[in-house]
Design a protein around this ligand. Structure first.
Ligand code: CP3
Length: 344
């Protein structure tokens, strides 16, 4: 039998001599080969829906760096599009969607059963990548968490404080709950198809979890993550789940246990020493080098990379950045980070 993949071993709670590594947004604009394939596709969304080219960009960082995991190339906003929202990207600005502010906007969305028609190219990407990956590399599928996806669907774009979503939550709770529920159920169906197609791990990205306070955090970040995780594990008993309630701060504590997630990914608003003390006793953690080091490089990159590895070396750990790598990053700094992790 082939030796179990390093990422899967860490997710199962094993402490490895060297942590496995991958990087959020590892297929992205900092890589010249990504920019070339994106130009070939035409634009970002065309790239997401072109299975051959999406598989190609998924594999590019694996070829260049031999990361321990590949993450499916897609976007968290494809699900709202499959549910019937309009979606487009403005270069240099980000995503735009039709908004949801009243019951009539929600009523215009389609049926959950119909999402797969739009999303089938994504499943095909997973099938292609899973055939072409080196045998030691793990394939991660993903979706946005209901709250984070809802913030974009309500506002129609990214917002600094998720104000429109908080407003709808306060003013029309029935509608807000219906939207969260629809997203929770459709996310389970979306992730299940990714697993059927060959994803070996799934990650739930809750990029705006940090703006939910008190009871709201429990109701709209923790509970949906728990429902998704538990249903995925009921359907696929051995499937590892990574949860990323970004900027949850002290609410990271116990998040893995409460949701059933095998691993909690952490951003860099918490220190690796704090993570070792408060989260690692419960299981695997993923993170959390500041992504700006991929721009600035040098001795500081080496020192901070070593600090993360050393702080988290006594428990299960997957090395990653605290958030996605940015387009201005230097590809050579990524190699320096990897070499540092593998020699610390
Ligand atoms: O990590 C990966 O490499 C896998 C692919 C992936 C993308 N987006 C590709 C992408 C994943 C996992 C995402 C998740 C995603 N998308 C999140 C959650 C994680 C996070 O970053 O907080 C969010 C909030 C989105 C929504 C989104 N997509 C925004 C706000 C933007 C614009 C910002 C930007 O970086 O341009 C995107 C675009 C996007 N998604 C790009 C990529 C590679 C850049 C698009 C391009 O090539 O022009």
């Amino acid at each position: 039998m082939a030796e179990k993949k390093k990422i899967l071993r860490a997710l199962a709670g094993e402490v490895l001599d060297t942590p496995p590594i991958w990087m959020m947004r590892q297929a992205g604009r900092y890589l010249p080969e990504y920019r070339a394939t994106r130009a070939q596709a035409g634009d970002f969304l065309s790239l997401c829906y072109n299975s051959e080219l999406a598989a190609e960009v998924t594999l590019q960082p694996i070829r260049r760096y031999k990361f321990d995991a590949a993450i499916l190339f897609a976007d968290i906003l494809l699900l709202p599009q499959a549910l019937g929202a309009d979606l487009w990207f403005i270069t240099g600005e980000g995503p735009r969607l039709s908004t949801i502010t009243e019951d009539i906007d929600f009523a215009k969305l389609g049926n959950i059963e119909d999402i797969h028609e739009t999303l089938s190219p994504v499943y095909e990407t997973v099938r292609i990548v899973s055939k072409e990956l080196p045998k030691e590399t793990t394939l991660i599928g993903f979706a946005g968490a209901p709250w984070t996806v809802a913030t974009y669907m309500i506002a129609g774009q990214g917002t600094p404080d998720q104000g429109p979503a908080h407003k709808l939550k306060a003013e029309n709770r029935v509608l807000f709950n219906k939207l969260i529920d629809t997203l929770t159920v459709s996310t389970i169906e979306y992730l299940s198809r990714q697993v059927d197609a060959g994803a070996e791990v799934v990650k739930i990205f809750d990029s705006w979890a940090g703006s939910l306070k008190g009871e709201d955090f429990i109701e709209f970040a923790l509970e949906p993550a728990k429902r998704i995780t538990q249903e995925m594990k009921a359907r696929f008993p051995h499937l590892p789940v990574i949860a990323f309630p970004r900027e949850a701060n002290d609410k990271y504590i116990g998040f893995g246990k409460a949701t059933g997630a095998d691993c909690v990914a952490v951003d860099n608003s918490v220190s690796p020493e704090w993570v070792a003390e408060h989260l690692q006793p419960d299981g695997c953690v993923q993170g959390n080098l500041k992504s700006s080091h991929m721009v600035t490089g040098g001795q500081k990159l080496i020192d901070e990379t070593k600090r993360v590895v050393q702080a988290l070396r006594n428990g299960p750990h997957i090395f990653n950045l605290g958030h996605g790598i940015t387009p201005d990053a230097d590809p050579e700094n990524v190699q320096l980070m990897i070499d540092t992790v593998r020699s610390t």
